[in-house]
Design a protein around this ligand. Structure first.
Ligand SMILES: Cc1cc2nc3c(=O)[nH]c(=O)nc-3n(C[C@H](O)[C@H](O)[C@H](O)COP(=O)(O)OP(=O)(O)OC[C@H]3O[C@@H](n4cnc5c(N)ncnc54)[C@H](O)[C@@H]3O)c2cc1C
Ligand code: FES
Length: 283
């Protein structure tokens, strides 16, 4: 079992929650860009979540979760001391942190929780990091202090102008590129449509663009085919070949259609969250 060591909301609105989980074997090996699969209990569905941070000595792994559906809302009801049945990882390929000199990391909403460890990884490797963090409004901004400490320049944008600059993340990225900032790579994480349009922004400038994809995953072992995506005309499995791929090569429209396939079932499942068991479903 994997105990919850601590839990805290990352913004005023409580739209994203950080959990520190005791998981020494995962903490020992994980790297930026990788993810875990958890199950709340033996009946639970498998949920993939990015490793946001880790402490190898303490044997802990940090995850940041946006409660959106049945499992993540049940997790929201769990408290420090409660235990997760499974916490398996690290999964997926780590981010390539190598010969880049300057990168721009673009995060959208909860995508900032996923891109923050990558930005931190680049920064700690001595790479210059500009980060564009886009949110709908001020009350849902997360990780501002952490992103500021682990980037060269942080640009916060909100859709409604309630904080930072009033613009979308891709518009800010375009402005930076047009102002003469030269990037070896742009790294994007956010909702699928945001990633599609941000990747389109970098294409005319011929900048290498990596996107961390979030297709539906089931076994996360490359066997079920649930997470398949088409990249450059070839079928790839995001759980073992990714989750990071060349954003200019991804078939975004196919991925967007596949990810909405279970929308009806997911809506129905939300009606059956058990509040009596403290969020953990039994039978
Ligand atoms: C590699 C990867 C890393 C991720 N990292 C994070 C993270 O750090 N923080 C975070 O909040 N979310 C992350 N997600 C998304 C997260 O897995 C889903 O929000 C979660 O599975 C929703 O489950 P649910 O039962 O609460 O909601 P549901 O109602 O079942 O689903 C809500 C939405 O979540 C997505 N989803 C549902 N099931 C899955 C699944 N098995 N695999 C992938 N997506 C699914 C779908 O788009 C769906 O519309 C990640 C997804 C992937 C693939
Ligand atoms: S989740 Fe089954 S192949 Fe990737």
């Amino acid at each position: 079992m994997f105990p919850i060591v601590s839990k805290r909301p990352l913004n005023e609105a409580g739209t994203v929650i950080e959990y520190v989980i005791k998981a020494p074997l995962v903490a020992k090996k994980c790297l930026p860009g990788q993810f875990i699969i958890l199950r709340l209990d033996e009946y639970g569905e498998r949920v993939p979540l990015t490793i946001a941070d880790y402490d190898r000595e303490a044997g802990t792994v940090t995850i940041m979760v946006q409660p959106v559906g049945q499992t993540t809302r049940m997790l929201e009801m769990m408290e420090p001391g409660d235990e997760l049945a499974d916490f398996v990882g690290p999964m997926g390929k780590p981010t390539r942190i190598a010969d880049q000199k300057r990168v721009c990391v673009v995060g959208g909403g909860v995508g900032c929780a996923i891109s923050y460890p990558v930005a931190k990884g680049f920064f700690e490797a001595g790479i210059e990091v500009d980060m564009v963090a886009g949110f709908r409004s001020k009350d849902i901004v997360i990780l501002e202090k952490e992103m500021r400490e682990h980037t060269t320049n942080l640009y916060i944008c909100t859709d409604d102008g309630s904080y930072g600059e009033k613009c979308f993340g891709n518009a800010k990225l375009q402005q930076l590129i047009e102002s003469g900032r030269e990037y070896d790579e742009v790294f994007i994480v956010g909702p699928l449509k945001m990633m599609k349009f941000t990747a389109l922004t970098t294409k005319p400038f011929n900048i290498k663009t990596i996107c961390s994809l979030c297709p539906i995953m089931i076994d996360a072992s490359g066997m079920c085919g649930g997470c398949r995506v088409t990249v450059g005309g070839e079928t790839k499995f995001a759980c073992v070949d990714g989750p990071e791929f060349d954003g200019h090569q991804v078939d975004w429209d196919e991925l967007i259609a596949r990810n909405s396939f279970y929308a009806g079932d997911e809506e129905k499942a939300k009606e059956h969250i058990c509040k009596l068991t403290g969020g953990v479903r039994h039978g």
